[in-house]
Design a protein around this ligand. Structure first.
Ligand SMILES: Cc1cc2nc3c(=O)[nH]c(=O)nc-3n(C[C@H](O)[C@H](O)[C@H](O)COP(=O)(O)OP(=O)(O)OC[C@H]3O[C@@H](n4cnc5c(N)ncnc54)[C@H](O)[C@@H]3O)c2cc1C
Length: 371
């Protein structure tokens, strides 16, 4: 067999490409994956690491659950940390508590695995939560925490060393004429090509990506120093602003009331697309964020005011032994408005997987299973 001919070629070594590579390689197909950097550096290593089924509406929740199951399986096989901590949505206002009660009434039988907690029960789940003024919280048991940098890099190692995926780093695929892929003068061939190029919508098939009306979104993030080894965050934390962010809460009538209050009380938060969450890393640091800046006016510079607002809101519901911020960064994802993902045929033999927005970690393996 020609050593440069593969069953499947995947362009992009972020989580979407890795999931596609894993799905094929485990079935014994000969897979090659191309990554432009010496190691993946895109959205997949810059995120919270939250596998967040609770954010998915009922129709895509099963895909997220499938993904969750695979994440847990792979953490053992590929040797990365994964903590099935679940999540807490905290309510400090009547409207927030009303949303949680409405959501619980609608869905506690199925499909979501949720329960409502009193402030006392919340304290038992998390030492980080401030209980002053707390009405209660919704605990969901399905959320899993991974450390994205560790998980993505370990997945690369596992695919290469165990599943024999051929990975070409520092290789930009600059053109595809099916079945060939080109990088400068180098050429490879594959029976099927899958494009998982994240925010790069300009290099390959730009007209195709333009026709999808995808939107780019930049997020600002922070990470604290390590917390004491005997301290743990417990479940991932979210509060009122998050109830406006995720589509799963759209069916709650009180969401409109909350939206009006936030418009009056926190207009700056809405303007900057801020909702505030906290997750833990494998090294006991806390990942904090985030803001959302959409469209063509994305700049590489971070805005201190946005970070201050995130930390200010966080301070209203959580406290940590070591709140000092150790690192700041931003990341960009690509969203297809009004759709949860886009899987499409660019031309015969060439498929694109894109538009997963802020749920790429959550959906990645479930989507690969679907395709
Ligand atoms: C700050 C932030 C927080 C987030 N938090 C979460 C979260 O907690 N949970 C969740 O589910 N999702 C979260 N997301 C969303 C999630 O990170 C993304 O949906 C997901 O990482 C997208 O994966 P990807 O593989 O499509 O993109 P990327 O990770 O960007 O990977 C694309 C890769 O393709 C490579 N590439 C592109 N073009 C070429 C080419 N022509 N040749 C070779 N290589 C190429 C790039 O170098 C890159 O490594 C977050 C996103 C951000 C930015």
């Amino acid at each position: 067999m020609n050593k440069d001919h593969f069953d499947i070629a995947i362009v992009g070594g972020g989580i979407i490409g890795l999931a596609q590579a894993w799905e094929r390689a485990k079935k014994g197909q000969k897979v090659i994956l191309f990554e432009r950097n010496p190691q993946a550096q895109g959205a997949s290593i810059r995120n919270f690491g939250m596998i967040w089924p609770i954010g998915q509406p009922t129709d895509s929740y099963p895909v997220a659950l499938k993904s969750r199951e695979i994440w847990l399986e792979l953490s053992g096989k590929a040797n990365f940390w994964a903590a099935p901590t679940g999540s807490l949505h905290l309510a400090y206002h009547e409207d927030e508590w009303a949303i949680l009660n409405e959501f619980h009434a609608l869905y506690h039988n199925k499909p979501y695995s949720i329960e409502l907690l009193t402030p006392e029960m919340v304290s038992q789940k998390s030492a980080a939560v401030k209980t002053k003024g707390l009405f209660g919280a919704m605990f969901s048991s399905t959320e899993v925490n991974v450390d994205p940098r560790q998980a993505v890099w370990q997945m690369h190692k596992y695919l290469k060393e165990v599943l024999n995926v051929h990975i070409e780093y520092k290789t930009v695929i600059s053109a595809v004429d099916f079945p060939r892929l080109h990088s400068g003068k180098k050429v490879w061939q594959a029976d099927k090509i899958i494009l998982c190029t994240g925010e790069d919508l300009e290099t390959l098939y730009p007209e195709y990506y333009q026709s999808l009306d995808l939107v780019k979104c930049k997020l600002q993030m922070m990470r604290t120093a390590s917390q004491p080894s005997d301290w743990s965050l417990g479940p991932n934390l979210a509060a009122g602003l998050t109830l406006l962010h995720y589509e799963s809460f759209l069916s709650c009538p009180s969401r409109e009331i909350l939206k009006k209050r936030i418009e009056n009380e926190f207009p700056e938060y809405l303007k900057r697309g801020i909702h505030v969450m906290a997750s833990q890393t494998a090294y006991n640091e806390l990942t904090l964020g985030d803001s959302h800046h959409y469209g063509d006016t994305i700049l590489p510079f971070d805005d201190q005011k946005t970070n201050d607002l995130i930390l200010q809101y966080l301070d209203s519901f959580a406290h940590f032994p070591h709140p000092e911020i150790q690192s700041f960064w931003n990341g960009t994802y690509v969203k297809k408005p009004n759709t949860k993902w886009h899987i499409g045929e660019v031309e015969p033999g060439v498929q694109a997987v894109t538009g997963v927005g802020g749920a790429g970690m959550t959906l990645s393996f479930g989507l690969a299973d679907l395709t």
